[in-house]
Ligand binder design. Structure first.
Ligand SMILES: [Fe+2]
Length: 338
């Protein structure tokens, strides 16, 4: 007689061949984010004469623009900087490293055009960044996205792994081979050919995560790069800065701004990131969780964050760590950015 089998929600080793949630205690403990990092909190143009109150990594603070610069604080004051059109606040113990340590080099180039939206969202920041780097979900969640109307979507991916860039600042999602269509029992060939869909060639997107809370989404087909920050607010909320970045000047910058408001804002931010990804992140309630093979992208990030997240600065040595880092774009397998 057959007996019902209770599904095991957290096998010791799941199909991802990685341990489930909780295996990396520093990451598991970082519900309010990792301390000792600079975090972007808003566009600089949003802070005018009126002070702004916000919560960052569980701490409520006031940001105010004064004649001598921007100040952030509550009972104590926090280091603040303005770079790449954004306001950055350091949360952690003294001494703070230079703010440039925590900003991708490509955002600091003088010809960088940064567009984007900032939004307070439901869900812990880890769910949001895990969703961003996740290999599996796009193939079903985004299949009906408006931006994919004329593009073929992959059905599955062979060989998913995570690898640090040569400068060890990024953790890149590496895919063996993207499969555009396949043969399935009872269904047959799927998906069906649609003449209006552009055929999938190579890897459609290139993703990499960077501490403390950044996911970069790029790829040669796109022509611009998304920098998506999921800044910890409290255990149940994060502040998303969904940035669209291009390196250009003059008329090129004007054209990119126009493209952002006519196309990227709607197709990428509103109907893709906000209506699909964020909707799912807001509904997440885990652990428990059941992992499957493509979740190696998530467990790889958890493990890397647990092992490499910055600890409290103990000596001035941390201040000189920057040296002359190479851009992630020079490294293989991390793809070019921007
Ligand atoms: Fe997504």
């Amino acid at each position: 007689m057959a007996t019902a089998v209770e599904p095991e929600m957290e096998n010791e080793l799941s199909a991802s061949l990685e341990a489930p949630a909780g295996a990396w205690p520093r990451y598991a403990a970082a519900a309010l984010g990792f301390r000792n990092y600079w975090y972007p909190v808003m566009f600089a143009r949003s802070l005018r004469n009126k002070p702004r109150i916000l919560t960052l990594c569980g701490e409520k603070l006031v940001l105010v623009r004064l004649a001598g610069g921007i100040q952030a604080g509550n009972a104590r004051s926090y280091p603040v900087a303005e770079r790449a059109g954004l306001i950055w606040v350091y949360v952690g113990d003294d001494p703070a490293p230079p703010v440039e340590d925590d900003i991708p080099d490509e955002l600091l180039r003088p010809n960088t055009v940064v567009m984007g939206a900032v939004e307070l969202r439901k869900g812990n920041w880890r769910h949001a960044i895990e969703n961003c780097i996740d290999e599996g979900h796009a193939k079903y969640l985004h299949r009906t996205a408006l931006s994919q109307l004329f593009k073929e979507m992959p059905v599955w991916t062979k060989g998913v792994s995570m690898a640090p860039s040569e400068d060890e600042r990024w953790l890149c999602r590496v895919r063996g081979q993207t499969v555009a269509e396949d043969l399935y029992p009872r269904i047959g060939q799927w998906p069906r050919k649609r003449f209006w869909k552009r055929q999938l060639r190579g890897q459609p997107t290139e993703l990499a995560n960077r501490l403390p809370c950044l996911c970069r989404v790029g790829g040669p087909a796109r022509g611009w790069t998304a920098y998506e920050y999921f800044v910890p607010v409290d255990e149940n909320r994060h502040r998303a800065l969904i940035l669209a970045v291009l390196h250009t000047r003059g008329l090129g910058a004007l054209a990119f701004r126009l493209k952002y408001w006519l196309n990227i804002y709607w197709l990428h931010y509103w109907f893709f990131n906000r209506s699909q990804d964020q909707r799912m992140v807001g509904l997440m309630n885990c652990p428990p969780e059941r992992l499957y093979r493509p979740d190696r992208s998530i467990t790889g990030w958890r493990k890397w964050a647990h092992e490499t997240a910055r600890r409290a600065p103990q000596s001035p040595a941390i201040l000189s760590r920057r040296g002359s880092p190479r851009l992630a774009s020079e490294a293989n397998p991390c793809p070019a950015a921007g």
